[in-house]
Design a protein around this ligand. Structure first.
Ligand SMILES: [Zn+2]
Length: 144
């Protein structure tokens, strides 16, 4: 579309030159018409390009959960709600900010603090992907 409008602009320029050279009013008028067409085509082309760029952005897959920094994955609202009812404590590390089972092998010695799992989940802290404390704690619940 942009290429077509550029071609129309070229045609308009040629018509202007011919119109001026032959001092023909009809050719000048048609050159104005062609340049208006070119403007419309350019406008449509730019809009189309912007729209397809938007589409490409929308269809691009989101960053895979696994590749995000911070280790674990986000908790779903349902999991957060279930964790909020648990009395268990989890170990929170600052770098990366994540929470673990207190016996997780990835915990740095002394480099964590114990807080209720409900607090960690409500604060949006991600669970460790190694010990997966959210799944482990929820799995330890008696089935109702
Ligand atoms: Zn862990």
């Amino acid at each position: 579309m942009v290429v077509a409008s550029l071609a129309l602009i070229l045609v308009a320029i040629v018509l202007v030159v011919i119109g001026l050279a032959s001092s023909s009013g009809g050719v000048l008028m048609s050159s104005i018409a062609v340049s208006l067409l070119a403007a419309a085509a350019l406008f449509a082309g730019v809009r189309q390009t912007a729209a397809s760029r938007r589409m490409a952005r929308a269809s691009r897959p989101a960053t895979p959960v696994r590749d995000r920094p911070g280790g674990g994955h986000d908790l779903s609202p349902g999991v957060k709600a279930r964790l909020a009812a648990l009395p268990d404590a989890v170990a929170v590390t600052d770098a990366p900010l994540s929470f673990h089972l207190p016996n997780c092998a990835r915990l740095p010695p002394g480099g964590f603090r114990l807080i209720p799992v409900a607090t960690a989940a409500a604060a949006g802290i991600r669970p460790c992907h190694s010990c997966d404390p959210a799944a482990a704690l929820l799995a330890s619940l008696p089935r109702s």
